[in-house]
Design a protein around this ligand. Structure first.
Ligand code: GDP
Length: 478
């Protein structure tokens, strides 16, 4: 863990040049360090908290002639400075934010001056870490800061905001408090063990444990949805050559918001495009490689393409309605189902394209072949049937409740998921002990473990490793 008493500084805006850049300083020396390089109407020590002041940054801290500088060689920039006095700041410490003109060199020069005058460079995520350590945010809220910053769609933003505002923490705390009550009851009974008093009726304890377990389980069930709202759903469009895959992709990109195009995916031959359909992110993988081939290099590409099919949340089968179903269509269907983890039809969407042309393919025939009852009709070039297609894609990504964009607590990352699973396992052991009629001591041990597991989510129970892991993923300046 870094020294928490240090005063830290970093550029909090992204690299590169922009209108402004913000340099953030936090710690007990924040205000006096900023004062050494700031010249304004009054010193920062004297100005009110949360009030913006105009002034100059000078590169000659000891030069008194710069007390009231007009144009002097030592002036670096005209800036706006805001002082946030402890504890009313993001980190709960004294914080100074200097907004300078957004040049890369300029911001670095100002940072350098601060580093020479008593601050040290902040580590990645250290501002947010201090906010956590000083009790301003719990751990799930700190994680939500990173999610807020990386949110790319309305849905991911809303879900991050709900978590930042404490929706997840509140739910975890409620479950914990039920468990704490039970724990105290069992411990009370242990204190009076000699007198053979029964404070907690065994049936009732079992019932309450079961209830809490179910509650965690149903919370855990929000993980898939939460993950998709946060990271987006992976979608692959499959179909033999010329059915209209690229045309459809281009049409969707035009119709909806394309966020980033041609982002290199995990491998060289797999490109990923990002599509915002009604606020939900779809990461669309280009699987031009989906064909059968004997060429060794191409085979590798095909293999990777099928790997994408296996991992995708949604597979969209596309057929050309102006041609009859042929061998290529059939072998593609077989291959896709072979590569999926299970052969369930969950996550499968089927559409017949080119419905503007004379049709040779019936919905029934295609549906039967793929094994689904619902087949859509679209035209990629004329943008027909897109509304139903998009609704279907959203349904497959989020379940029937597509109206989203709820501010309910959701499990959004694997750390939270593992902690909840740990909690369930501990409760299962506790339940087994109660049912076996074991003494309260045994039950209490497992209950405490469940409490710890849940405590990890909000950071009430934590280790340096866990913290290091979370905050090292942040950028410097957050
Ligand atoms: P891909 O190989 O599956 O990516 O197919 P393309 O998107 O390259 O389309 C193959 C051909 O079909 C192109 O000439 C498209 O213009 C045409 N095409 C795609 N969608 C439609 C459609 O809805 N109607 C008609 N009439 N032609 C289409």
């Amino acid at each position: 863990m870094y020294h928490q008493d240090d005063t830290i500084a970093a550029i909090s805006t992204p690299r590169g040049s922009g209108g402004i850049a913000v340099i953030r300083i936090s710690g007990s020396l924040a205000i006096c360090t900023a004062d050494t390089i700031f010249r304004g109407k009054a010193s920062l020590e004297k100005i009110e908290s949360h009030r913006a002041v105009l002034g100059k940054i000078v590169d000659a801290p000891n030069d008194q002639s710069t007390e009231n500088p007009t144009i002097s060689a030592s002036i670096l920039d005209e800036v706006i400075v805001v002082v946030f006095r402890a504890p009313n700041s993001f980190t709960c410490e004294d914080v100074v934010e200097i907004s300078c003109h957004g040049g890369q060199y300029l911001a670095h020069r100002i940072l350098e001056l601060l580093l020479h005058n008593g601050t040290r460079m902040a580590e990645p995520g250290e501002f947010t870490q201090r906010a956590f350590l000083n009790g301003r945010l719990d751990l799930s809220q700190a994680e939500a800061v990173a999610d807020l910053i990386s949110a790319r769609t309305e849905a991911s933003l809303k879900s991050a905001l709900a978590q930042f505002q404490g929706a997840l923490s509140a739910r975890v705390k409620k479950i914990r408090s039920t468990l704490l009550d039970l724990c105290s009851l069992l411990e009370l009974e242990l204190d009076f063990a000699e007198e053979d008093l029964e404070f907690a009726n065994k049936e009732e304890v079992a019932a309450r444990l079961q209830q809490t377990r179910d509650e965690i389980q149903s919370f855990l069930a929000t993980y898939e949805r939460g993950k998709i709202l946060r990271e987006g759903a992976k979608l692959v469009i499959v179909g033999k050559p010329n059915v209209g895959k690229s045309s459809l992709m281009n049409a969707l990109l035009k119709e909806e918001r394309a966020i980033v195009t041609d982002l290199p995916g995990t491998t060289r031959d797999v490109l990923e495009e990002q599509l915002d359909i009604r606020g939900v992110l779809f990461r669309v993988v280009d699987t031009a490689g989906l064909r059968t081939t004997s060429d060794a290099v191409e085979k590798e590409g095909v293999l990777r393409a099928y790997q994408q099919v296996r991992d995708a949340e949604i597979v969209l089968f596309l057929f050309d309605g102006s041609c009859e179903l042929d061998r290529d269509d059939r072998s593609l269907i077989d291959e896709v189902f072979k590569s999926r983890k299970d052969d369930s039809r969950a996550g499968i969407v089927v559409a017949i394209n080119k419905v503007d042309l004379p049709g040779k393919l019936s919905e029934a025939e295609v549906g039967q072949r793929v094994g689904v009852s619902d087949v859509l009709q679209i035209s990629a070039t004329l943008h027909l049937g897109f509304e139903s297609l998009e609704t279907k894609l959203l349904e497959k990504a989020l379940g029937p409740e597509t109206s989203l964009i709820s501010s309910d607590a959701m499990v959004t990352n694997i750390r939270q998921k593992l902690a909840l699973e740990g909690g369930i396992q501990a409760l299962d052991r506790a339940l087994a002990s109660v049912r076996k009629g074991l003494s309260g001591e045994f039950v209490a041990v497992d209950l405490k473990e469940a409490l710890n597991a849940l405590g990890e989510i909000i950071g009430e129970v934590t280790t340096e490793d866990v913290l290091g892991n979370i905050f090292s993923k942040f950028c410097i300046g957050k």
